[in-house]
Design a protein around this ligand. Structure first.
Ligand code: PLP
Length: 380
């Protein structure tokens, strides 16, 4: 990889083809994909309906810019607005851009108030605004000065949020479940309390659902587990099953302060990505969400029942699963599973992350559980 900038520690495997929950490397070997390109290809590889929609659009029109009307873009926006109970959508190309837009919109809405309360351990993206909102100091190293206007509260700690509120605060921004820092699920009343605090202090509640959204936790949006509504929600990752698309969905109050020229993106809402996303949205229904919950519970329960000393905690919601180890061997286990032709992820040295596609069945799950068990027994 001599010509690529050294930003990734890559595994020595190259995939050439995908089909459903399986990937095939350049030697033709088959792998079970329990990572979905980090929560992106939720409907698996080359899903028939999504692929056909993207192919059809590819043959018609690739790009015209956002200077012109687009019915498919409007249709997707309408679906997202109706499903979220919010008011309008800005489309971009990635999670970090969706969050950049959220930060800008919150600041515009806030008027003189520009500060956003974010949380320790959060991950909001790699561009300067989102990075400045990200509560992981190791990711900041070498890149300061960061953007001003973020104050950090401890995640899952209401008192800490209250302590951070001042006359300059305009918003609170959190992930419903922290994904990148190891699938950290807050208390059941955390988002409910944040909503109340935001209302009481006239602040926006911004939910970064880039990873938790689009069905991943067993609800279309993770905040729907708690019967609350954010003022701004960001989406990306699974929204177009692998084509680049981000969305920043805004309440009426926020929408009202945004004017033509306030924000934009050349590639945002690419027609091919929008065509795929319209199908992804249509494919998420009650039956699928119930399956996501069922299979997620099944995987977690099976792992907990082993009662292995190497496992400290098993957590998550739906098919967003984190397994915390008592030993710093997560990366070794990921590599060993790759040798067993199973793809999973890790977070730091101690957490294994599972983000399987929604199309897996009980056979896939059973196979994964058996191989994972063998691997964990091997490692101790
Ligand atoms: C919660 C969350 N927000 C934002 C991002 C950034 O998304 P992207 O890599 O598409 O910029 C991620 C990526 O992992 C994420 O998990």
């Amino acid at each position: 990889m001599k010509y690529l900038l050294n930003t990734y520690a890559r595994y020595p495997v190259e995939f050439e083809k995908g089909s459903g929950s399986r990937l095939y490397d350049v030697h033709g070997d088959e792998y079970l994909d329990f990572l979905s390109g980090i929560a992106v290809t939720s409907f698996g590889h080359r899903h028939k309906i999504i692929t056909e929609a993207a192919e059809e659009q590819l043959k018609k029109l690739w790009h015209v810019s956002n200077l012109f009307e687009s019915s498919p873009q409007n249709q997707l926006a309408q679906k997202l607005v109706q499903a979220s109970g919010l008011n309008s959508v800005f489309f971009s190309n990635s999670g970090t851009e969706a969050n950049e837009a959220a930060i800008k919109f919150a600041r515009k809405w806030g008027g003189e108030r520009k500060e956003i309360i974010v949380t320790t351990g959060s991950f909001h993206g790699r561009t300067m605004g989102s990075l400045s909102a990200t509560g992981q100091k190791n990711l900041w190293k070498g890149f300061s000065p960061l953007l001003a206007g973020f104050s950090f509260a401890n995640f899952n700690n209401i008192e800490s949020v209250l302590r951070n509120i001042n006359n300059n605060t305009c918003a609170i921004m959190v992930e419903p479940i922290q994904g990148e820092s190891g699938v950290i699920v807050p208390d059941d009343d955390y988002l409910i309390k944040l909503r109340k605090i935001a209302d009481r202090h006239n602040l926006l509640l911004i939910l970064d659902e880039v990873q938790t959204g689009m069905g991943r936790t067993g609800k279309l949006f993770a905040h729907q587990w708690y019967n609350i509504k954010p003022d701004i929600m960001t989406l990306a990752k699974g929204i177009a099953n692998g084509l680049p698309l981000g969305a920043t969905i805004c309440s009426e109050n926020v929408s009202q302060v945004i004017r033509p020229g306030d924000h934009g993106s050349t590639f945002g809402a690419n027609p091919v990505a929008i065509a795929a996303a319209n199908k992804v949205f249509d494919l998420i229904n009650g039956e699928l969400l119930a399956k996501i919950i069922y299979l997620g519970d099944l995987i977690r329960k099976s792992i907990i029942e082993w009662n292995l000393p190497v496992i400290k905690d098993v957590r998550g919601k739906g098919l967003m699963i984190g397994i915390e180890l008592n030993i710093p061997q997560a990366k070794t286990i990921v590599k060993n599973l790759l040798k067993r032709k199973i793809i999973v992820g890790s977070s730091g040295d101690r957490i294994i992350r599972l983000l399987p596609p929604f199309i897996i069945d009980e056979n896939d799950t059973g196979y994964f559980i058996k191989e994972f068990y063998n691997e964990l027994n091997n490692i101790k």
